[in-house]
Design a protein around this ligand. Structure first.
Ligand code: NAI
Length: 424
């Protein structure tokens, strides 16, 4: 990779970070063998030749590897951030200065800049979109409707985005087909669970350096992300409490050995709180009043509205940043600490999910985009699953890359599994 003299359109924090970023992009790529194999094939077949792709994803070293795979496949990729705090400025610089990919993202950008960057990506008049939280789709369907006829399809990376898109489809307002990458088993079972489970702890430790062992940690939401966070906290020696609204998930948490209780009860006990629900005001004003002095609150759900920060600000007599990504709220009787402004802790304070899981998430992205390019015109404006054969192929390749083999059913086993006649 050599520095470029002509740069693509961009708005990044500091191009001088490009060398460091390029080394970290390479490091992440080591752990992404499935995506690497797809990249090699795309580079030889070039199915995306001249196809404009607008990507609104967390701008990380792993996302850089995805962008390069698509670029090598012939695509013109323009990338912006899917969260104001998740951009890795060095990865953004490397993409622009070393690879010629358009990037509009700066870590810590304000709300106006965030949306201006989405606008800049849409200026490319995309044929395909990639979202993480459905912000590009939302802007396309509200402010930039004139671009909709040119879009053949899109993908969505996360649970919260898929919920928004399904709501659009059921109201009949979605204008083009979207593949819900999050719903691939090779995505949510690994990225949401093992990836976020690990990186949330990483974010907590980098932001606070607190000892986890012996603390009471409360996890709100026992979905894919919550399961991962709860099990990793237990592994670090925390006493883990789970809060749920779904009785089956609550029961599952109980039988996994966690204490299950309401947020109101857990509020009195917790030293550490994590929200992972995709929902609103899960920890709110009443709960803050019940909490112990010194409690630490963090969110790993997609949006920064799981902890009711407005209510906390109103209760607080003063607030200050005590360490990077740690804000102290002084209430009448106690101090509470909020990490990373209530935004995705693992992205803001750490390095997001490890490359080994993003390998599968982004293999799903690349193959789903290729599928949409081939079939998008025949699909109605609905939310679709990743074709199961692609999901299985990714799992198979990942196992291969990990040096593990599984067995294949014999013809007799296939027949047995299909028949209803065999018994004792
Ligand atoms: P999920 O749908 O599997 O789980 C969410 C759980 O929260 C459900 O069991 C639901 O019953 C529960 N819940 C909803 N409202 C609640 C409330 N008021 N109190 C307690 N529990 C409540 O979703 P998943 O995949 O676990 O994702 C959760 C969030 O994390 C989403 O916003 C998703 O977009 C985000 N996410 C973040 C990642 C990251 O890197 N930080 C990675 C993947 C997903």
């Amino acid at each position: 990779m050599t520095p470029r003299t002509v740069l693509p359109r961009h708005d990044v924090a500091d191009l001088a970070l490009a060398d460091a970023g390029a080394r970290r992009v390479e490091w992440a790529g080591r752990e992404m063998p499935v995506l690497r194999a797809i990249r090699e094939r795309l580079a030889s077949e070039r199915p995306f030749r001249g196809v404009r792709i607008a990507a609104c994803l967390h701008v990380t070293t792993e996302t850089a590897n995805l962008a390069l795979a698509l670029r090598d496949g012939g695509a013109e990729v323009a990338l912006c951030a899917s969260n104001p705090l998740s951009t890795q400025d060095d990865a953004a610089a490397a993409l622009v200065a070393r690879e010629g990919v358009s990037v509009f993202a700066r870590k810590g950008e304000d709300r106006d800049t965030y949306y201006r960057h989405i606008g800049a990506v849409l200026e490319t008049k995309p044929v395909l979109t990639m979202d993480d939280g459905a912000d590009v789709v939302t802007i396309l369907h509200t402010e930039r409707r004139e671009l909709l006829p040119g879009v053949r399809g899109g993908t969505e990376e996360t649970t919260t985005g898929v919920i928004r898109l399904r709501a659009m489809a059921s109201e009949g307002v979605l204008a083009y087909p979207i593949i819900a990458v999050n719903e691939a088993r090779t995505k949510h079972m690994f990225d949401n669970q093992y990836g976020t489970g690990q990186s949330a702890i990483d974010g907590l430790m980098r932001a606070t350096n607190v000892l986890i062992a012996g603390k009471t940690a409360v996890v709100c939401g026992y979905g894919w992300v919550g399961r991962g966070v709860a099990s990793r906290l237990r592994g670090m020696g925390a006493i883990v409490v789970v809060c749920e609204v779904d009785p089956l998930r609550g029961l599952e948490a109980a039988m996994d050995g966690f204490q299950v209780m309401s947020v109101a009860l857990a509020a009195k006990r917790g030293d550490l709180f994590f929200t992972a629900t995709g929902n609103l005001n899960v920890i709110g004003r009443d709960h803050f009043c019940l909490m112990k002095d010194g409690a630490i609150l963090a969110n790993v759900g997609h949006f920064n509205d799981e902890i009711e920060l407005g209510g906390l600000a109103e209760l607080a007599k003063s607030r200050r940043e005590i360490r990077p990504f740690v804000e102290e709220f002084q209430l009448a009787d106690k101090k509470l600490y909020v990490l990373a402004e209530g935004r995705l802790l693992n992205h803001a304070a750490a390095e997001a999910n490890p490359a080994a899981v993003m390998d599968m998430s982004f293999a799903n992205q690349a193959l789903s985009l290729e599928y949409l390019l081939a079939h998008g015109n025949d699909l109605g404006p609905q939310v679709y699953a990743v074709p199961p054969e692609l999901d299985e192929e990714i799992a198979r390749r990942k196992l291969d890359a990990m040096g593990m083999q599984i067995d294949t059913l014999t013809p007799a086993q296939v027949e047995y599994a299909r028949s209803w006649k065999a018994g004792t």
